[in-house]
Design a protein around this ligand. Structure first.
Ligand code: 6PG
Length: 224
């Protein structure tokens, strides 16, 4: 399920509109929209697009995070802070319905256990990005959390020399939907290999995702 848009802005707008639709559907069907936001820089455009959308049932939206760095909520590296600054302070989601991962907590394993305990039975949508090494959430190639069987894992990432909190693949694949927001030419080659079933990229283990792509990231796919 590949959706390709001309620019990163158009991709973000489309993902924001899909978010609004999914939220309305979930709230009318189940009374709440359980969504996990992702980190990195790509979602920033989507968060900004979301702010301006009408008819989003924000009072029934429950916000989670699919991963977090081992930092506090005020750190410029915090995925929570990105969502807080770019979206959550601009829309009326009740504070009690915003659940950040405690990246600053030590040991990180305690934060992973605590977060797993507060997750809803099933998420409606998990928003994900993809790194240019094919990682998604904080499931990096060659790291232990790739095999984790719980819902949330503390994951040591040698190449970054840091610990991360991350959803596991069982958690990601148990959600109703998985959306992968990938833009920029820098992701194009890995994306082409993933789509062709080549390489052994963690993102390939995300089951039947909806891909929101811009033309630059999707360029090699057009040559098929
Ligand atoms: C993180 C993200 C990560 C991100 C990719 C892509 O904590 O870094 O959750 O999985 O989605 O690294 O990041 P960009 O959007 O910055 O390219």
């Amino acid at each position: 399920n590949l959706r390709v848009f001309p620019t990163p802005e158009a991709t973000a707008q489309a993902a924001a509109e899909a978010f609004a639709r999914a939220a309305r559907e979930a709230v009318s069907a189940r009374g709440a929209f359980q969504v996990a936001l992702s980190g990195g820089s790509t979602p920033k455009l989507m968060y900004r697009a979301l702010r301006g959308l009408p008819d989003v049932p924000w009072s029934a939206v429950h916000v989670y995070f699919s991963d977090e760095r081992s930092v506090g909520p005020d750190s410029p590296d915090s995925n929570y802070r990105l969502a807080h600054d770019e979206l959550l302070t601009h829309v009326p989601v009740p504070e009690a319905q915003i659940h950040r991962m405690e990246g600053e907590r030590r040991p990180l394993e305690d934060a992973a256990r605590a977060y797993a305990a507060l997750l809803p039975e099933r998420l409606d949508v998990v928003l994900l990005g993809m790194g240019d090494d094919g990682h998604t959430a904080s499931l990096f190639p060659g790291t232990e959390a790739l095999q984790a069987t719980g819902r949330v894992a503390a994951n040591w990432v040698p190449k970054l020399n840091t610990g991360r909190l991350t959803f596991t693949f069982p958690e990601i694949n148990a959600a109703r939907e998985r959306w992968l927001l990938v833009t920029g030419a820098g992701k194009a080659e890995v994306l082409r290999e993933v789509q062709a079933g080549e390489g052994d990229y963690p993102v390939a283990r995300v089951q039947d995702p909806v891909w929101f792509l811009d033309a630059a990231a999707a360029e090699p796919l057009r040559r098929v």
